[in-house]
Design a protein around this ligand. Sequence first.
Ligand code: TRP
Ligand code: ZN
Length: 889
Amino acid sequence: MTRVENAAGPQVKRLSDYAPPIFLIDTVALDFDLRDGETKVSSTLVGRRNPASKDPSDVLELDGQELRVLSIVLNGDVVSEADYRIDGDKLYLSGVPDSFSLEITTAIEPEKNTALEGLYMSEGMYCTQCEAEGFRRITYFPDRPDVMAVYTTRLEADAARFPVLLSNGNLVEAGSLDGGRHFAVWNDPFPKPSYLFAAVAGDLACVSDSFRTMSGRDVELRIYVEHGNERLTGHTMDSLKRSMKWDEERFGLEYDLDLFMIVAVSHFNMGAMENKGLNIFNSKFVLADPETATDADYERLEGIVAHEYFHNWTGNRVTCRDWFQLSLKEGLTVFRDQEFTSDTHSRGVKRVADARLLRTVQFPEDAGPTAHPVRPESYLEINNFYTVTIYEKGAEVIRMIHELLGSDAFRKGMDLYFERHDGEAVRCEDFVAAMEDASGVDLGQFRLWYSQSGTPELEVDLEHDVATRTARLKVRQILPPTPGQPNKKPMLIPLSMALLGGDGRALPLELRGDNSAAAPAARVLSVSAEEQEFVFENVAERSVPSLLRGFSAPVRLRTSRNAAEDCFLFRHDDDPFARWDAGQSYLTRAIIAAAQSGGGGEAVLDDDFLDAVGEILNDPAIEPAFAAELLTLPGETVLADAMLPADPDAIHAARDAARREIGLRHTALFRTIYDRLSGAYAPDDMSTEAMGRRALKAVALGYLVASGESAARTLAAEQAAGATTMTESMAALQALNNVECPEREAAMAAFHDRWTGTPLVLDKWFTLSATSALPGTLEIVKELLEHPKFDLGTPNRVRAVIGAFATGNPVHFHAADGSGYSFLADQIVRLDALNPQIAARLVAPLTRWKRYDEARQRMMRECLARIRRHPGLSPDVTELVAKGLGEEG
Ligand code: TRP
Ligand code: ZN
């Protein structure tokens, strides 16, 4: 079907234009007649005038997209075509009385739905995705989250092909019908916005279990998967039960229905979706066993199961008033899933992983033309706002509130938030107000974190005066301009710090002006002015400042620390984040210096640092998972963020040189560790400890191979050939992936042949192939698009090849001849015709042109302009390309 737009084209939506709905809908009765070719959807809405609306209009405004109207009946009377108006994606019905019943029947074509929004088909099953605005592709409805209704859903389909019929809530009726058909009726007693609606019809296997809640109710848990995949659901079920328990213990939140279902689907635009009582998941985040999923896959799966489950309270019971408030549910729910992971595994390791994600993806977003506040003020296409800023920076904002209030007051704030707003659609402001009221802490200035975009920079300088025994910490905050926000107000930035003395131990901090007698070893300073000075008294010795401990705020830190001081902290800091960060800071400085000097054969790393690496490897007190983090070099994307203009080839070469130096210096030690860890756990032991050991073993193998010795390549080849788990297999392939050698060729070919029939594993082969730095990779990527298993209609595969190339292969994506850019532009245009949401997600790398040299800038902009000229472009891609060219904001 062709895309119909309003005459004026896609409209910008503004937060300031918000008006409450004129009519509310109390109940929805949906009836799906699922048939090949065309599905009929009948919807009966019982509604009434909204007492909270001042607008006297009698026009009911409904959203609908790609729908064919069959009939409309208002309070029993057929509405003729003259009595309603369809304009683009809106249907206007006038003369609507103060209370009404409206029956609308429409026809849709799920088989032709390649956008994967609304009702669509995946591997022969029907499924839905309604967030954010997919429900309007199912039926005409006020498709906005502040319209909350009780849904009853009847599904009717062929009984043999679709034996399983599911929707939200509880099953109330089911039975067979003539002609081999059957039906099921579901009712969800909790009023919900349309974006949380879901329905599934298919031939699926079911794995079930149960959970007894803290008040003693038994909840049935079901996971639906394709037949044959039942045995791959163990970790999902276990993660679900642990999430349910954790939410009771940590937040006192209990599940509210008698049934909780998860359905795995192969074609899915994102990770998973929290539909009430019927979560729908990308199968990638449901199916796992040690043979096919890596430890990292296990951890992500667990985090996503927890995230979607936690949405039941933060998102579903209390939802968003409008999509500008998206971070209300997403930032808060990410914070909750981060806490779950921290409580379950290692808090320090999790903090490092989250900080790395922010630096790799969110800081660049915040520094580019698509930067937006955690609570945006306008958008063209809401799908484009499911960003790392809304999710991850949003979670950091919640975390800062948590740190400012302390966990007891934060918990009181959560309780008050639910007490006030259960069953409502609210704003980020309502959350902040609950926190403020419960704690008595003034969050006035803090609110700027919601409205100001861009990453604050903190310049911190320590001056030590031996004569007066004082140390002055001078702090300056710089708030770089972002689109639409040239000038900014100083923000409230919690800066956690300590001063480490010569033996590496923290000195007592006597802060001038603090009247309490306390002299703690670490403090959280409230930075609130543009420039501020904190004076510490009775400082016995010269010290090194440990800063932004625990990554206390999502800011860029600029310190006057030198390489030796970074090394000192890398050895001694007792805060895991600060210790890791000192290492990253040392490495970034060294690698960028080497990249800038053109790689004239000089050593990249000094002995001080290389010795520290040896000490870490020999220190039994450091947990292996954390040692693995400490020894992982900053990625090329993070390094590019520290060099202007960024030179991707020089960065890659310098980073490689650093890896080789570490590998050569510690070859024997890495080999010892590798051998020791090889026998230290059962391959299918999925405990935190075993995963950590495997992570460190993978790091050791990586450095051994990086040293360039052929024995190491043999070792990797043997590990690849003999691996009984995906973690071992991937560690070996990753170690070999940038080395031109027969071992790599053989291992990759064997992996491909072994896994061609297993899509989720084959995706890993596609990604390895697309992210290799070896010469000729772009040609190989083009061949991958012709691979019999490549399919532009499967988002996982598109991400595994095109997405991986654009974000995980800086050397080839930024090839000096522009070939990487124009390849991506071609694919975006091709994909946009099928799935605009996925096409739009690929645009970001082209919008980062400001960071590169003039020739690359010109080529990247040309590609954006070429995409923009393409006729019939979706609003999704249009918005990002326009922003990328600097035409908006
Ligand atoms: N609410 C989902 C989550 O964070 C995100 C999501 C899933 C989504 N599918 C989507 C957002 C499709 C937009 C479109 O858990
Ligand atoms: Zn979410």
